[in-house]
Design a binder for this molecule. Structure first.
Ligand code: 48F
Length: 247
């Protein structure tokens, strides 16, 4: 016999046990796009306690649609990070192509398989700053924020936070409010420069807070690169490795 109340109990128990165990973590990753997912996989693979908070229901960020909804991605650097998660890459001249759908789903499942927990429908609306260091994130249900409900958030303590929120660099903007830096936002497209800059500028921008992926581009005011994704993957790897040295 299937009982509705048992289904409800299972869902509530599973979710809240997971959230309870993640109130204090090593790394909080904001945004489940390619950079955040890659960082999560590497950190979790090294045994770190990692949670990803993603405002949308479906994780994956801006990768599902490839370029203008042609679901193909291109990489020139970082192909090994796709192969590590089992993505089939095809060489075409100096580039590699892969299915955007295969890539996105495998990045998500590899992060989860490595041990990262993914909280979807959950928006990071603020950060905790204590004694000059980012010490966690402030979360709320995405629908509560979208509806403008007056609902106070909850907080998660984290030793490190990664802003992988993409073009908006939402978390880094909180640092701007602390008077740290004027954020100019991403510049017009220049794929080669953008690819280099996405890795170069993925780093700690305030004690405890790292930027990765398009958030790093927007924070640094560098050119965007469009649907070439190697820089996004490598940026996630770079911040994960920098954080691993400190944990
Ligand atoms: O935009 P997104 O895919 O970020 P990324 O890892 O990769 C960028 C590329 O997809 C592409 C590109 C590269 O060529 O230009 O755009 O830098 O994923 C960012 C994720 O963060 C979520 C958002 O829904 C998306 O899935 N996000 C944004 N703000 C918040 C958030 C927030 N405040 N809290 C939680 N999630």
């Amino acid at each position: 016999m299937i009982k509705e109340k048992e289904i409800t109990k299972l869902i509530i128990n599973e979710y809240f046990n997971s959230l309870l165990s993640d109130i204090e973590i090593d790394v909080a990753i904001v945004g489940a796009g390619p950079s955040g997912l890659t960082a999560a996989r590497i950190l979790a693979k090294h045994g770190k306690k990692v949670a990803i908070f993603e405002s949308r229901v479906a994780p994956g960020g801006g990768m599902w649609g490839g370029g203008m909804l042609y679901p193909v991605i291109v990489v020139k650097q970082g192909k090994e990070l796709l192969e590590e998660v089992g993505v089939k890459c095809k060489r075409v001249n100096d580039y590699w192509t892969a299915s955007a759908i295969e890539t996105t789903s495998k990045l998500i499942s590899a992060a989860i398989d490595a041990g990262a927990r993914l909280y979807n429908g959950t928006t990071v609306e603020d950060i905790i700053v204590r004694e000059g260091k980012v010490s966690g994130v402030v979360i709320n249900w995405t629908p509560a924020l979208q509806l403008g409900l007056l609902v106070d958030p909850l907080s998660i303590e984290a030793k490190f936070v990664i802003d992988a929120t993409g073009h908006d660099c939402y978390v880094a903007k909180k640092i701007e409010k602390l008077g740290e830096k004027k954020i100019e936002g991403e510049k017009a497209m220049w794929a080669e420069m953008g690819e280099k800059a996405s890795v170069e500028h993925s780093k700690e921008i305030y004690p405890g807070l790292y930027v990765a992926g398009m958030a790093a581009i927007a924070y640094a005011g560098s050119p965007r690169m469009g649907p070439i994704f190697g820089g996004m993957l490598l940026s996630g790897k770079k911040v994960a490795e920098e954080i691993l040295k400190k944990l």
